[in-house]
Design a binder for this molecule. Structure first.
Ligand code: RIB
Length: 298
């Protein structure tokens, strides 16, 4: 029987504009042709895990509008269970405005319905959470909901994977309850105060986070691979070199891929190899969910 993956998190519609120049304050620039595509870190991770063969349930909120309707439909088409995605009255669906310059993105998220994913809602789903092999979280929903979700998962010995994006400072108590953490360089800096300029800095940050009680820390470094601990050993691994056209959702597909492998007790080296390949393929295509690969493409 396939292991159950639960993702508690955000669903956003992404409006993406390619540009040669990121506008300065007070400036208007003309960009290229825009795209409207399904995104949101939570939904991206759910879609990644589902496309890679996982049995995935999404817990989240959308507004009662066209975007919300499209996002739920899209998750269903990707075989994600949407039974616990709540449609909220009189609230807008999460929206991300993304500028894309030379393959790299800058993102502003208007959380909308995502900010209504409440502690009560996850409390009501305790019986669903307890059946999971792994609970996957990110940080585009209220922090108290994330905290409560982690407590519920820990209570039932469900592995907790947190992708701390967008990052904020977290207490030691909060960090100590996480099993697997997948920050990128800038998120690691916010969490640890260690500025990551090279692989050695990343190794120091992994050690710092391990010492906070997080069993498995993986810092993703984009084109420079990832640094992670294997027990007490800290390892740097480089991935495939690819031509990046859009890095959006690379971290999300990495996290979704990792969730599948770790929930199936695959060793950390093989799990990272798989997740890095998925992340690398994601950057070769445009858009968040349109770029996330299927198992058959690997
Ligand atoms: O990680 C990429 C995602 O961040 C985008 O899809 C956007 O919606 C924001 O949540």
């Amino acid at each position: 029987m396939s292991k159950k993956i639960i993702v508690i998190g955000s669903l956003n519609m992404d409006i993406v504009i390619p540009t040669k120049t990121i506008p300065a304050i007070g400036e208007t620039v003309l960009g290229g042709e825009y795209m409207v595509v399904p995104g949101g870190k939570g939904a991206n991770q759910a879609v990644a895990a589902a496309r890679l063969g996982g049995s995935v349930t999404m817990i989240g909120c959308v507004g009662d509008d066209i975007f919300g309707n499209d996002l739920v439909k899209n998750l269903t088409e990707n075989k994600v269970n949407v039974q616990y995605v709540k449609v909220m009255d009189k609230v807008t669906t999460g929206l991300a405005v993304i500028t894309l310059k030379d393959g790299d993105n800058s993102i502003i998220v208007s959380p909308g319905a995502n900010s209504f994913l409440s502690v009560d809602m996850v409390n009501d789903l305790e019986d669903i959470i307890r059946e999971a092999s792994i609970l996957v979280l990110q940080m585009e929903i209220p922090v108290e909901t994330i905290q409560r979700s982690i407590q519920l998962a820990s209570k039932h010995n469900v592995m907790v994977l947190l992708n701390p994006a967008p990052a904020m400072k977290l207490s030691d108590d909060f960090l100590s309850q996480i099993d697997v953490l997948t920050p990128n360089e800038s998120e690691s800096e916010i969490l640890t105060g260690i500025s990551i300029k090279n692989v050695d800095d990343a190794k120091t940050a992994v050690d710092f986070l391990n010492n906070k009680g997080i069993k498995q820390v993986i810092i993703t470094l984009g084109a420079n691979g990832a640094v992670y601990n294997k027990g007490s050993e800290i390892i740097h691994k480089l991935g495939k070199k690819v031509k990046a056209v859009d890095t959006t959702a690379a971290g999300d597909s990495f996290t979704g891929a990792l969730a599948i492998k770790l929930s199936n007790d695959i060793d950390i080296d093989s799990a990272i190899d798989f997740a890095m390949e998925v992340g690398a393929l994601t950057v070769t295509k445009k858009g968040a969910q349109p770029s996330i690969p299927y198992l058959s493409e690997l």
